[in-house]
Design a protein around this ligand. Sequence first.
Ligand code: ATP
Length: 500
Amino acid sequence: MYRSEDHRTFAAPSENGVEGPGEQTAADVWARVKRRLRAELGEDIFASWFGRLELDSVVEGCAYLTVPTRFLKSWIESHYADRVLAVYRSETGDVDRVSIGVRNTLGRDPAAGRRAAEAPRPAPAASMAMPSIAGEMKSAATAAPLEERGENSDLGGAPLDTRLTFDSFIVGRSNALAHAAADRVAHAQNGQAIYNPLYLHAGVGLGKTHLLHAIGHAVRAQGRRVIYLTADRFMYGFVASLKAQTSLAFKERLRGIDLLIIDDVQFIQGKQIQQEFGHTLNALIDAGRQIVIAADRPPADLENLDERVRSRLAGGLVVEVSALDEALRTSILTTRIEALKTIHPTFDVGPNVIAYVARAITANGRDLEGAVNRLLAHATLTGSAITLETAETAIRDLVRNREPKRVKIEDIQKLVASRYNVSRSDILSERRTAAVVRPRQIAMYLSKVLTLRSLPEIGRRFGGRDHTTVLHAVRKIEKALGEDHALSDEVELLKRMLQE
Ligand SMILES: Nc1ncnc2c1ncn2[C@@H]1O[C@H](COP(=O)(O)OP(=O)(O)OP(=O)(O)O)[C@@H](O)[C@H]1O
């Protein structure tokens, strides 16, 4: 759950607190802030700490940022708060404070952002110390819904999200191996440990957590004991048990389970905790208990982790989930939209819009989900059908950092040819059949609007035609676009595909 009281605000000295609306949107500024942080801190640090930092809203000079875990929040607050604020202030006069909160990741509730914006704002606090471990344990336990507690929360385990199952996981080229390995581990004969540990790694939002939860559900359904922990919960659990001097230490209790799942293992910090983590791994593996780990990088790149732990992690099966390819993105979108249609029967998204979203949102599954939620919000609020144009507006803030690409005439000819099922040489030829003339004119039109080439130059590239022929084609298509919606959608889609 989003906890507004957890927000701590870092205020800048007031003389620079210039207010006032800027031309650019808050999302544009935020994209620039992230780019600068990445450039200043380097890819590694950025990915570890800022990859999942998101802008919720900017209200009255305060940028409300969110992260998925309390651990990340504490870490950024204690190590990077000043830096984030400084970069922000150098990019805009609209922000003079930054506040970091924990967003709801398990609930994946599209209304969370809005609730966050509506939540009462806390007063600025001076202290940036790490919250107390005891406090963390308490709130971690109270955060879990009652029915989800039990064995899991005794050990500080996190609940499994009921939506993240094998059934709802879509398999494609980029995740087939990870899926196959997860499936084998989850359905091993007699619960025998295989590939121990199974180590999945991938960039943000590519489905690691989804696979971990799917394994957890499947194993639990076989009546076996499963603990799912994020790295921060592992650390808090361990430290809390030390503090409380419980007779049965945390690691001893962990050893009584059948499957231990640890997510985001790159966040395991601290020498003693790492040692303990290593002991726990060894004890469980030696006892034949299955371990499944996920991280944002391969074991060899976990620089802060003890060498022996690293090699133990690398000693099972290490599988990467690579970026979601376009076909997979299309299937994920289609499946989500179909699922939503059962609840909202009027929600209709045409294949051209799905194709556009699948091309525009390349980053990760979470953004795909965000895009579908925005389309749904748009459809239900306006009651109108979703066109390419409305889709573009609805998902604009998710289409990140796209530098306009230089488009080549040759690429235009190839794409248009394949789209209309003719060959590129047909387009360059003298043939005048309708099946070739229209695509040729579209390709000329696109060459005019997407490149800086002159009409004579375009004519030369289209089989040595005169510039008046190109001009005629451009005018003809421009006129047709105003009259023919299907053509206008089609040309819009081609433009986007070329600029991708
Ligand atoms: N192959 C897939 N099929 C269905 N949904 C997917 C798939 N891959 C990712 N998703 C969805 O994308 C969203 C993000 O995935 P997930 O939370 O598993 O990412 P992650 O790799 O754990 O990222 P992070 O490192 O940020 O935690 C989830 O809603 C998930 O259900």
